[in-house]
Unconditional design. Structure first.
Length: 227
């Protein structure tokens, strides 16, 4: 199975081509903004290096968040556009699931695992596993609530993601893996194993965006504030 993998949900911009679990080409650079300017070039370069035509792809995989609102939408729009043009299935993969899979050679590590993304404003996006089984869905948690959840997992937990250093003190006997984003290898495993109809490329927002709609239309007078 030949796959094009796209990740722009966090502070990486990644485009990779895999044949099953074998990497044919990978383009990945750290960046906090500008994914929309670089992603198309990365895809073009990765496809050329892999010697693969777009018609040879079997499916496209893309991270669905949680993550940066703008970066997330860039990757999803790009993947869905390619999928529609090529008539290929587009598989959506949770960023937190991909982070957890990035620390194990196959699937999720068997011990206790916490995938954590720094959500700013004193919060993390989080999902927890024990024995390879997820303990509930992804959540947006305060640092205090996440600390409580980590304590309940017990000693030896592995913390992975940009939010891991924020909570290292809550798991002093654990392992901290500060990844800027999922590894292409982990994405390839998850995309290859996914059932497309059960893994739609839909954004996963765990918190409302910071921007809010305007309260009045352009040219509309302001409503006076009453004392």
């Amino acid at each position: 199975m030949r796959m094009l993998l796209i990740d722009s949900a966090l502070s990486l911009c990644t485009a990779a081509v895999f044949a099953d679990e074998t990497a044919l080409a990978v383009r990945s650079e750290p960046m906090f903004k500008g994914h929309q300017e670089r992603l198309a070039g990365f895809v073009r370069e990765a496809m050329a290096e892999a010697g693969t035509g777009f018609a040879d792809l079997d499916r496209i995989g893309v991270t669905t968040g949680p993550g940066s609102f703008t970066g997330l939408r860039v990757g999803l729009a790009f993947a869905q556009g390619f999928g529609a043009a090529l008539e290929r299935p587009v598989v959506g993969i949770s960023t937190l699931d991909a982070l957890a899979a990035s620390i194990a050679p196959d699937g999720v590590a068997p011990g206790a695992v916490a995938a954590l993304i720094d959500a700013r404003r004193g919060q993390v996006y989080a999902r927890f596993w024990r024995g390879g089984v997820a303990e509930g869905p992804a959540e947006a948690l305060s640092l205090e609530a996440a600390t409580t959840r980590l304590t309940a997992l017990g000693p030896g937990v592995t913390l992975v993601g940009s939010g891991a250093p924020l909570l290292a003190g809550a798991a002093p006997l654990g392992i901290v893996v500060d990844l800027p984003g999922p590894t292409p290898e982990a994405l390839a495993r998850l995309v290859a194993a996914a059932v497309p109809r059960l893994s739609p490329p839909e954004p996963q927002y765990l918190r409302a965006p910071d921007a809010t709609p305007p309260t009045r239309l352009p040219g509309q007078p302001r409503i006076p504030v009453r004392p």
